[in-house]
Write a protein that binds this ligand. Structure first.
Ligand code: GL7
Length: 742
């Protein structure tokens, strides 16, 4: 914990004097200078997008100032650093978040007004940074914000994909994917570090070499690619602590393949070099499994190797003895995706730093901790041995050696229980011999955490039962959270102002527990009235968006019933749609006089299906078909509408969540490791319709069963229900759906 950061960074170097000024006329000058010198437009004629670019650069200047101060401070203090390794970060837009965390959003808004621009309008010019799939990736982004705000000396490491998560276009009700080349218009929030580059090696062979009278392994790689750092400063709120999200891009290495140049095949040589860039070109769009793809493995090693070279270089800048490494370095593995880092640290310490296996192993066991985000054993990553052997031959040897020592140790602890030994082995001897990345991560980490209490119970009793029995002390849980800065302050400014007014402080923006103070006013009619007004305005904004995106006019006095998340069978959008069909059916069969009792409802569904996930794609088509039918039935009118919001992403969530009355989190109990959407809706005063799954269990404890609509089977009831199979009613329901849709 960098507890002293705030005070420290501020006092150091008398920095207050160096702040760029933030009064409206300084800001205006700044923006206009950027229009002229950065965007290269005339300061007398520029459009909204150019104004956004200039504004973003002006905010970025202020970020950079604090960011440099933070680096200097930590360099001097040399605290233990947290390194958060994640393949995915769903950052969304940065402008509002940065300006708010810097405490100068309102000053900018004033400055812009005089120039004839509106802050919010410019903020919407920014595209989303969608370098991730779903909850796991957005969690990483929220964690970066919190680490900065809470003054941790933390670094995030990831990949700078050129194509983020695909754009979803709906044609004739079907999902179509379009590439998201998000860097097309530049990215003012990143700083390219042309001098922070590392070679990353692949393929080749491992040879034995004579060394100190013995033998040692030497990896002779077959391909080298350069990793270039792109830094994204992440400002904390109410602190000068501004941490770094360092993303790696692949570039061709400078090491020239003389062979091809000499043979005169210049064009092919250049084209081959250029292929290196494909490593960081595209994010895999499946949100759960990546089994057996070479490019995916390459991406994993590429980012792990570059990050570790960077981390070790930073450590060696001020330390000469690796025994201090665990005092200065904590490596958090965000799911199994970065777990090659374990083998890589061993390789560097043994092969390059010549520490000796036992000493290196001792260090490795102290530095890694592992967060798992999965419930299902089939969701656990496995890497085919053949693939690893060809791409990273030395790492495979190291993993085998780790496994050998570990299994020997295990035999001493549990005896010759071969079934259990084979379940716990890092190497799986199946039809396709594979490395179980989760087993590797558990064996080598000092802490393994689940992401909610029930998730952790599932890990202990099912998914990792064998490991829990062996090392109960390693297992822990950290229930997911979301940052109120993004999910209230940025996305719902009117609610934010209301909360600060009624609490009489803005301190809740840093300390979310203070929101509980509103309980004292729970019965206050004025607060209710203001709250309703805020909701209404947000609903109007959302209704406009719905009309613009889908052409459907919705009434803001209807209840907005929302389910937005990745499309998955276990998340049960299908059940929601069947429920909507049933509601439609009821309304149609109702006496006219009874219809007055129906609460008008706008059902909103949004989410992307993984491109290869056929059933999920069909659920989208079904939703659109049902919507078509219902929305065009004048007999039902405003009593029921269904809208599929296309291209769900962080910015769409920021718009939809503040306008929701009811939100659905209805996964089959025992399937959602945590779920974080529910927390975002809850913070915005939305009611939840939920199953007892993941973090909902803890939400129930916090807010009480009476304050939410609990729904569906409990976890322990699910197996018996599955056993029983479908009841007779189900085919009838389907028959109805088919009748309505066709
Ligand atoms: C997930 C879980 O499914 C989700 O329940 C959890 O909230 C999230 C963050 O911990 O991680 N695991 C996963 O692979 N994805 C998730 O969203 C994509």
């Amino acid at each position: 914990r960098g507890g002293e950061t705030r005070v420290g960074v501020e006092r150091m170097f008398g920095l207050m004097d160096r702040f760029l000024k933030s009064d409206p006329s300084s800001l205006q000058k700044d923006i206009l200078d950027h229009v002229e010198y950065t965007v290269a437009r005339s300061r007398f004629s520029f459009d909204d997008f150019e104004a956004y670019q200039a504004l973003a650069h002006s905010v970025r200047d202020r970020l950079i100032e604090r960011w440099h101060d933070t680096q200097l401070h930590f360099k001097k203090k040399d605290p233990k650093r947290i390194y958060f390794l994640s393949m995915e970060f769903l950052m969304g837009r940065s402008l509002s978040n940065s300006a708010i965390n810097l405490g100068i959003r309102d000053q900018y808004a004033d400055a812009l007004k005089e120039l004839g621009f509106e802050f919010e309008v410019l903020a919407e010019q920014e595209g989303d940074a969608a370098l991730g799939n779903g909850g796991l990736a957005r969690l990483s982004a929220c964690q970066m914000d919190s680490l900065a705000t809470m003054d941790y000396p933390a670094w995030g490491y990831g990949l700078r994909y050129q194509y983020g998560l695909f754009r979803q276009v709906i044609l004739d009700g079907y999902q179509h994917e379009q590439p998201d080349y998000w860097l097309n218009f530049g990215n003012p929030w990143e700083i390219e570090r042309v001098h922070v580059t590392y070679p990353v090696k692949f393929y080749g062979t491992v040879e034995d070499e004579n060394f100190n009278g013995g033998k040692r392994k030497v990896w002779l790689p077959g391909e080298t690619v350069e990793a270039v750092a792109y830094d994204n400063p992440i400002p904390g709120h109410g602190t000068r602590n501004t941490i770094t999200l360092r993303l790696w891009a692949a570039k061709p290495s400078d090491q020239i393949d003389m062979e091809s140049y000499n043979t005169g095949d210049y064009i092919n040589a250049v084209v081959n070099r250029q292929r290196a860039e494909t490593i960081s070109s595209v994010l895999f769009p499946d949100d759960r499994s990546y089994q057996g793809k070479e490019l995916r493995l390459k991406q994993q090693y590429f980012f792990v190797s570059a990050s570790l070279q960077d981390i070790i270089r930073r450590f060696k800048d001020s330390h000469s003895n690796f025994d201090d490494f665990p005092e200065k370095v904590a490596l958090q593995l965000n799911d199994t995706h970065p777990s090659l880092a374990i083998a890589e640290v061993m390789r560097v310490l043994v092969d390059e730093e010549h520490l000796g296996w036992n000493r290196a192993w001792d260090i490795v066991c102290k530095i890694f901790s592992f967060t798992t985000h999965t419930v299902l054993p089939e969701g656990l990553e496995k890497v085919p041995v053949d693939l690893l052997e060809s791409l990273l031959p030395r790492h495979l040897q190291i993993i085998y050696d780790i496994n050998f020592d570990y299994i020997e140790e295990l035999k001493k602890r549990i005896g010759l229980d071969y079934d259990r030994l084979s379940r716990m082995s890092i190497v799986e001897d199946g039809a396709i011999k594979s490395i179980r990345m989760a087993n590797l991560a558990i064996v080598c980490s000092h802490t393994v955490n689940g992401v909610s209490r029930v998730h952790s119970e599932l890990l202990k009793t099912r998914v990792f039962k064998d490991f829990y029995e062996l090392w109960p002390h390693k297992f822990d849980y950290k229930t997911n959270g979301v940052t109120q800065r993004r999910w209230i302050v940025v996305s719902n400014p009117s609610l934010s102002a209301l909360i600060s007014k009624w609490l009489g402080t803005e301190a809740w923006i840093r300390d979310v527990d203070l929101l509980a103070g509103l309980q004292e006013q729970a019965a206050n009619a004025d607060l209710h009235e203001e709250w309703r007004m805020v909701r209404k305005v947000n609903k109007m904004r959302l209704a406009e968006y719905i009309e613009a995106m889908s052409g459907v006019k919705v009434s803001v006095s209807a209840m907005f019933d929302v389910q937005i998340k990745r499309i998955h069978e276990y998340k049960r959008q299908l059940l929601n749609i069947l429920g909507i069909v049933h509601r439609y059916d009821c309304i149609k069969n109702m006496e006219k006089s009874d219809r007055t009792k129906v609460v008008p409802r706008v059902c909103i569904i949004g989410g992307k299906a993984a491109p290869g996930y056929e059933i999920a794609r069909k659920i989208i088509k079904l939703c659109n078909a049902v919507a078509e039918k219902i929305n065009n039935d004048p007999d039902v009118g405003d009593l029921l509408k269904l809208v599929f919001i296309p291209d769900y992403n962080v910015s769409v969530a920021e718009l939809v969540i503040p306008g929701a009355d009811l939100s659905q989190h209805i996964s089959t109990a025992g399937h959602e490791a945590s779920g974080t959407g529910s927390m975002k809706f809850l913070m915005n005063g939305c009611l939840l319709l939920a199953t007892e799954d993941g973090s909902t269990v803890e939400i129930i404890e916090e807010i009480g069963k009476d304050n939410m609509f609990l729904f569906g089977a409990k976890m322990h009831e699910v197996p018996a229900l599955r056993e029983k199979g479908p009841t007779l009613k189900v085919p009838l329901q389907f028959a109805r759906v088919v009748r309505y849709v066709m």
